[in-house]
Design a protein around this ligand. Sequence first.
Ligand SMILES: *Cc1c(COP(=O)(O)O)cnc(C)c1O
Length: 222
Amino acid sequence: MMIGIKENIQKVKSSLPDNVTLVAVSKTKPIADIQEAYDAGQRIFGENKIQEMVAKYDVLPKDIQWHMIGHLQRNKVKYMAHFVDLIHGVDSFKTLEEINKQAKKHDRVINCLLQAHIAKEDTKFGLTFVEIEEILASNELKELKNIKIVGLMGMATFTDNEEQLQEEFSSLASFFNKKQENYPALQILSMGMSGDYKLAIKKGSTMVRIGSSIFGVRNYIA
Ligand SMILES: *Cc1c(COP(=O)(O)O)cnc(C)c1O
């Protein structure tokens, strides 16, 4: 069955307010699908495996902005350090140090989001709000000249319980707004996927990560 990627992109885009950025999540999807979305005007793509993202970066147009949205393996950061545009899933200071080290080799500053744990599931990675505060306030952070923390990311529980989703998005949004007062560099709040992005936007998301509503369902859970 044909999936109209172009139509899906247009449909999703028209449902987003102007201040919300669309990350088209292309994990597991072939080059041809990404090219189709590119031809429809999309320039920001999200992947959750470093090697898969590198392979796609190598063959696709160079004005694509690649976002790493998955859990990071520190030993693989070096493979994407020369091109990655934004890393969403940073959940430790050690990982920030590694990104900084690899960014420095390429004389770059890599933008990062700290991932907050907001879901009531053990399976999702992320930092507590207290841990995020500690990182932001730490003197060690000031030494890392080749990374910049530009916002926060969160994944809600996989549920259709709207009340619970609202609560999780609201708690991250209000924490984000509070921190922004002291850390004006925090500009991006990445929350919302295909199933919950409209709710996430209502709660204050500025960046949504949408896969299946654009590219169709994936063949395996990635
Ligand atoms: C896969 C993934 C998405 C997109 O999920 P869809 O439900 O297909 O929109 C968003 N964020 C992260 C972190 C993901 O791994």
